[in-house]
Design a binder for this molecule. Structure first.
Ligand SMILES: [Zn+2]
Ligand SMILES: [Zn+2]
Length: 359
């Protein structure tokens, strides 16, 4: 058997890399699933204009200085890191991490077979009604959103995972490319949490509606439509400084751009608030909801003065790995110390010398 020449392997890898780069660079404007799809950008600009007009009419001054600082934010070193990292990680994540992600099919099948065992077989239907399909699509959307909340909650509460999630919080200015400022490990954690949640719900649906071959196509279409509407309604503004708040009532149900901006605040009183993606009800239930009203001036960052250490793709990849390894080392050392202390505590105590009678 002839070995493949190295030049051919290199060429094919380069072709793959180029194709992936094209996917990352092309879809932002033309892919309906990208947060940077052109109608989302157009709607974001229109909504930003409306917010500015509304704020001006309510006494907020917009001067040349504020316009200049907005323009400066687009060329801030933190923003330049966002642009380069978006391009580099588009290739690295797709090539190195996506192939390693676990398949969610075994969990889905396990849910179906467990339900069969517990409740018995269900008679199969040919066609599912439109209203039922819409409600099922909503259930999948809610399951996905719940998985995202759980993933985000863990990323903030588990110190080891925080080291990777911190990358997203070290952005000192926000722009739509900050959405992609996430370490591959962070992205993988989120992918696993959401796919577990969706696979659980999908297994439940497969059990309830067996036999309808067209169901999954119809569900996918509706879920994609739900994300399209979500992006169209201003989700792009989350990673900008445009203060679009939903107020105290709607803000308890949906996370507004302003609420996500609070999530990026370097002020300790905002740490760990508003971890929801679309729905705010999870934060409400977990008591991590921070409602927004009037414009708040925020400083963005992780809050420990360490943001500039995460400048450039190499540091974004490397710093979390070093810091996470340090945490593991420290935890092991502490654990060993406690173990040693416990062993010493359970050993036979030295016998105190008797006084008086022996001498
Ligand atoms: Zn976060
Ligand atoms: Zn964010």
């Amino acid at each position: 058997m002839n070995a493949t020449p190295l030049s051919e392997i290199a060429e094919s890898l380069w072709d793959d890399a180029l194709a992936l780069a094209q996917q990352q660079l092309g879809p932002p404007l033309v892919s309906i699933l990208s947060p940077l799809y052109w109608p989302h950008l157009v709607s974001a600009v229109l909504m930003a204009a409306l917010v500015i007009v509304w704020e001006r009419n309510h006494g907020r001054a917009y001067t040349w200085a504020s316009l200049k600082s907005t323009l400066r934010a687009w060329v801030h070193p933190s923003a330049l890191t966002d642009y380069t990292y978006w391009f580099v990680n588009g290739i690295v994540y797709s090539m190195a991490v996506v192939p390693l992600l676990p398949d969610d099919a075994p969990l889905r099948d396990a849910v179906v077979s467990q339900l069969y065992k517990t409740f018995g077989e269900r008679s199969s239907q040919e066609q599912t009604g439109t209203l039922t399909v819409t409600l099922l699509a909503l259930a999948i959307f809610v399951a996905y959103d719940f998985g995202r909340f759980v993933g985000h909650f863990l990323q903030h509460k588990v110190p080891f995972l925080w080291e990777f999630h911190k990358v997203h919080h070290t952005a000192r200015v926000l722009n739509p490319f900050t959405t992609f400022r996430m370490h591959p490990v962070d992205l993988a954690v989120m992918a696993v949490c959401t796919s577990l949640s969706v696979a659980g719900m999908a297994g439940f649906i497969l059990y309830l509606f067996p036999g309808d071959e067209s169901l999954w196509g119809a569900l996918s279409l509706r879920v994609a439509l739900a994300f399209f509407v979500f992006d169209l309604l201003g989700s792009t503004l989350r990673h900008t400084s445009v203060w679009l708040s939903y107020g105290p009532i709607l803000g308890r149900i949906f996370i507004s751009p302003a609420q996500h901006q609070v999530h990026h605040s370097a002020d300790p009183k905002h740490f760990g608030k508003n971890m929801g993606f679309v729905l705010a009800i999870w934060d409400w239930a977990a008591r991590t909801l921070y409602l927004t009203g009037k414009h708040e001036t925020l400083t963005y960052g992780a809050g420990d003065g360490d943001d500039d250490a995460y400048r450039g793709p190499l540091r974004i990849y490397g710093m979390p790995l070093i810091r996470a390894a340090q945490r593991v080392y420290q935890t092991c050392r502490k654990g060993m110390g406690k173990l040693r202390a416990a062993v010493r505590g359970t050993s036979i105590p030295p016998v105190a010398p008797r006084s008086g009678t022996d001498g």
